[in-house]
Design a protein around this ligand. Structure first.
Ligand code: DGT
Ligand code: CA
Ligand code: CA
Ligand code: ZN
Length: 587
């Protein structure tokens, strides 16, 4: 093993996209201006590379420059990354603006200008520094800030603490990262298994660090492969069986390499949760056994009882297999013993929140979305582009044209799939909805969701959502809290009143599977356990490839022990069709 490989480590299209995103983010900080010319240049290059069909590695700087949206200096940076694995400009920016500073941008209402000022005037270099400055009331003394900004930042930080997101990585960032690492490590010679464990496998909303488990006879090439990946910022630990790195975005990754025969014990241990592990271990002890990351074995003599698979270990302990999403010591071990674990969601029969390229932020044609839904075996699909009240929404004529197109497609589809010409209405600050009542009645399916005015107080937020529920055309409320995990807290709602209204008006609540949202959250879903509210799993897809996100919605529901009988699109096809095509029954 050498520290200076003669060949530069391989860089992929994803590395190029990561580089452009980091360049945009750091340039914005550097210039204190989100609208700067350079930031926009990196953003347009991102779009161009995303759409690129050819292998980016095969293109020279000149050829890259010929692509629409990529300028000369960006083309050179891309080539530099592909050829050497590093880009000078980016390295310089990273030196100047460490991750702790970038993290300040995650605070609601904090822009690059404010960060710049706070650094220059108060030497605020991290969230902790900001906490101190706020506590000492130094922020309000700054020109252009005042008491209002101080309160705003303090409030935003308190919200972040409440959600436990400070210093943690949102699942929307951690999951693609982990999938990429797993795919890369599976390519290493001698690797027979690679997967992620830890909180990510349990599907928590935020992840402290990513835990990767690999089975291989020789650990050295696996560790080497991890440390040379494009997103690695620094290596924290380089041990015999464990390596830890930190990515440029500040996420820690722990890699463990084990022998194939102890994979079950290792995966069980490192999936956790810690509380679940402790309970299992107590159970083992009461049987005269011990359980650790290597095996379930006899206390005396050390004979191995089980170690190869998780299933074998649970079975030896007298338990049904417990899915990772349930391993939180919230009654799952007792339920596994009695055989009363909650039923899995099972087959999902349709989607009710799907965008096409008619929405300003949609990327797939109606035809492609419908074909993809049909390919998944869906019985019902509602097309729900944004209504005119949303930034990326459309007017009446486009909606009418789409309704006609959908009617024609339904003829072609026959009985195989019910296609609904729907819409995602925007809920205004007073609960007002788009278009007019008559136009809305022309839709086959209406969902309504909040996309703005996040700062209204609890009474106003609750009122606006309930007003939308009471509208005769609204069958479902989309992403109820409107939160973005790690970036924007949810709106303040009186959940009791919301559940009451949902039951009374017969309005379903969406479980949105888009990773940055996961809305309803597990926390809210748990509080709805004794309610009669109906749920719908959706993908909120903006591209045909995103229909699969509905499985994240299902995992979120399972984590919260939601009874599948309460999920409209996880029951029977007849039940779903009748729910989907009956008018919203309001009373
Ligand atoms: P995170 O990273 O904070 O989102 O949460 P986890 O659950 O991934 O925690 P992490 O990365 O510290 O450790 C991974 C797993 O290793 C954890 O879920 C359970 C296991 N583990 C870690 N420390 C202990 C311990 O002290 N006792 C037991 N029984 N298990 C542990
Ligand atoms: Ca972890
Ligand atoms: Ca860990
Ligand atoms: Zn949407």
């Amino acid at each position: 093993m050498s520290d200076a490989p003669s060949e530069p480590p391989r860089r992929t299209k994803q590395d190029v996209l990561d580089m452009l995103r980091d360049l945009a983010e750091l340039t914005m900080l550097d210039e204190g201006d989100p609208q700067s010319f350079r930031v926009r240049a990196y953003e347009s290059a991102t779009q161009a590379i995303t759409a690129l069909a050819t292998d980016v590695n095969k293109l020279s700087a000149k050829e890259l420059q010929k692509i629409d949206g990529i300028g000369k200096s960006t083309a050179e940076k891309i080539r530099q990354l592909l050829d050497t694995g590093k880009v000078e400009k980016l390295e310089g920016l990273r030196q100047k603006h460490p991750r702790s500073v970038v993290a300040l941008l995650k605070i609601q209402g904090m822009g690059p200008k404010a960060v710049k000022k706070l650094r220059e005037e108060l030497n605020v270099q991290s969230i902790d520094d900001l906490r101190k400055a706020l506590a000492d009331h130094k922020v309000q003394a700054l020109k252009g800030f005042g008491q209002k900004s101080e309160e705003k930042f303090a409030h935003a930080l308190a919200k972040m603490d409440e959600q436990g997101v400070v210093g943690r990585t949102p699942v929307s960032v951690a999951l693609p990262l982990a999938n990429r690492i797993v795919a890369e490590l599976l390519k290493v010679k001698g690797v027979t298994h690679a997967s992620y464990c830890g909180s990510l496998r349990r599907f928590t909303e935020t992840i402290g660090d990513v835990d990767i488990m690999v089975a291989a006879a020789d650990a050295v090439p696996v560790m080497e492969a991890l440390t040379t990946l494009g997103f690695v910022d620094r290596v924290l630990v380089r041990g015999a069986n464990k390596t830890s790195i930190v990515t440029h975005r500040g996420t820690q990754v722990d890699l463990r390499v084990v022998a194939a025969h102890e994979l079950g014990a290792a995966r069980l241990y490192f999936t956790g949760s810690k509380a679940h592990n402790i309970k299992l271990r107590q159970r083992a002890l009461s049987r005269g056994w011990t359980l650790n990351e290597y095996a379930l074995s006899e206390l005396e003599g050390g004979r191995v009882v089980a170690c190869e698979t998780e299933e074998q270990i649970y079975e030896a302990l007298g338990l049904r297999f417990i899915p990772p999403v349930l391993r939180e010591d919230m009654g799952e071990i007792e339920a596994a013993e009695k055989g009363t674990l909650p039923r899995a969601v099972g087959a999902i029969l349709g989607d009710f929140h799907v965008h096409t390229d008619m929405s300003g932020d949609g990327h797939s044609s109606l035809e492609n979305v419908v074909a993809a839904a049909k390919g998944r075996g869906y019985k019902v699909l509602a097309i729900t582009d944004h209504a005119e009240g949303t930034l990326s929404g459309v007017g009446r004529q486009a909606m009418l044209d789409q309704r006609e197109k959908i009617a024609a497609m339904q003829k072609e589809l026959g009985d195989s799939m019910t296609l609904l010409a729907g819409v995602e209405l925007n809920i205004g600050p007073k609960g007002e909805l788009d278009y007019d009542a008559e136009f809305r009645q022309g839709y086959g399916f209406c969902l309504a969701s909040v996309h703005d005015h996040f700062d209204l107080d609890r009474t106003a937020q609750t009122k606006r959502v309930i007003a939308a529920m009471e509208d005769p055309c609204v069958k479902m409320i989309g992403h109820l809290s409107a939160r973005m995990i790690g970036a924007r807290p949810g709106i303040d709602l009186d959940m009791d009143a919301i559940f009451d209204a949902a039951e009374r008006t017969n309005t379903a609540l969406e479980i949105n599977g888009s990773l940055p949202r996961l809305d309803l959250s597990v926390e809210v879903l748990r509080t709805a356990r004794d309610r009669k509210v109906q749920f719908v799993l959706t993908s909120d897809a903006h591209h045909e490839n995103e229909l699969d996100r509905v499985t994240y919605a299902a995992m979120n529901a399972e984590r919260a022990w939601v009874d599948p009988a309460r999920i409209v699109n996880a029951g029977t096809a007849e039940g779903l069709r009748s729910w989907a095509t009956s008018p919203a029954a309001k009373h």
